[in-house]
Design a protein around this ligand. Structure first.
Ligand code: ATP
Length: 235
């Protein structure tokens, strides 16, 4: 569904990505792991059109999106759950979810999706009239993911969904990522520093170092790889 081919990306004169190629197939969870500053967020920014690649190609469903604006890319169904959660703090939980469905007009289906979200995250149903800013960090992350689902994405991009969350929430968020993928076959591109959890939910993984893809393999093989264990899994 998504293909990156030989992407180079720069911030001014600094080259952040070198010859990056990767694929996400329909129904897959792909994780991109790597240390701080490896280039993971930049890769997502290239896909979203926020940091346009200097060279290389990006195809989504066989169509080049490399020169598209971020809003055109969103309208194709690529939806990013940003790092740092960024929900609307003064809107209620329900209003935040409504914002996710902003481009849709199928009222009955929107209602159905909202019920689905409330079944995935009962805590959000309980807090539906509360403003987003009063939720805990973990609940805000759930809301950010839920708002993305409300747009009925063809593909979900997630930037560090576990960042700063208590271990219990981390477990819950990864469980939900798997559930969304299994129930809707939504392909998910997951950028994570929590390599252990990410590789446990993903089908395949890419390891990035200094802006380059160092390794690509099934998540199961990466979990067993001695180098990866030492460098990223703390084993
Ligand atoms: P993290 O996990 O810390 O978010 P990352 O793997 O997502 O790291 P990027 O944020 O993509 O890494 O950064 C890749 C490189 O690009 C780093 O060397 C970083 O310093 C640099 N960089 C990122 N954003 C900018 C920017 N806005 N201007 C200049 N350099 C940047």
């Amino acid at each position: 569904m998504l293909r990156l081919r030989n992407i180079d990306a720069f911030y001014g004169k600094i080259q952040a990505l070198h010859d990056v190629s990767m694929d996400v197939e329909h129904g897959e969870i792909i994780t991109l792991i790597g240390a701080n500053g490896a280039g993971k967020t930049t890769t997502l920014m290239c896909i979203c059109g926020i940091v346009p690649p200097q060279s290389g190609e990006i195809y989504f469903m066989e169509k080049s999106i490399r020169n598209m604006n971020p809003h055109e890319i969103v309208s194709l169904g690529i939806c990013q759950v940003p790092e740092g959660r960024r929900i609307f703090p003064f809107l209620t939980v329900t209003e935040n979810l409504d914002m996710g469905a902003f481009l849709r007009s199928d009222t009955a289906e929107i209602k159905k999706d909202m019920d689905y979200i409330y079944s995935l995250f009962p805590i959000l149903a309980e807090r539906r009239h509360q403003s987003g800013g009063t939720l805990s960090g973990g609940e805000q992350q759930m809301l950010a993911i839920s708002r993305a689902i409300m747009s009925r994405p063809r593909m979900l991009l997630m930037d560090e969904p576990s960042l700063g969350l208590a271990p219990l929430f981390v477990k819950q968020i990864f469980h939900i990522i798997r559930q969304i993928n299994e129930e809707n076959q939504t392909p998910i591109f997951l950028v994570e520093q929590n390599a252990n959890m990410a590789l446990k939910v993903a089908h395949r993984g890419y390891v990035m170092e200094n802006g380059r893809i160092r390794l690509a393999d099934t998540a199961a093989n990466l979990l067993e790889n001695e180098e990866i264990k030492k460098a990223y899994l703390g084993l």
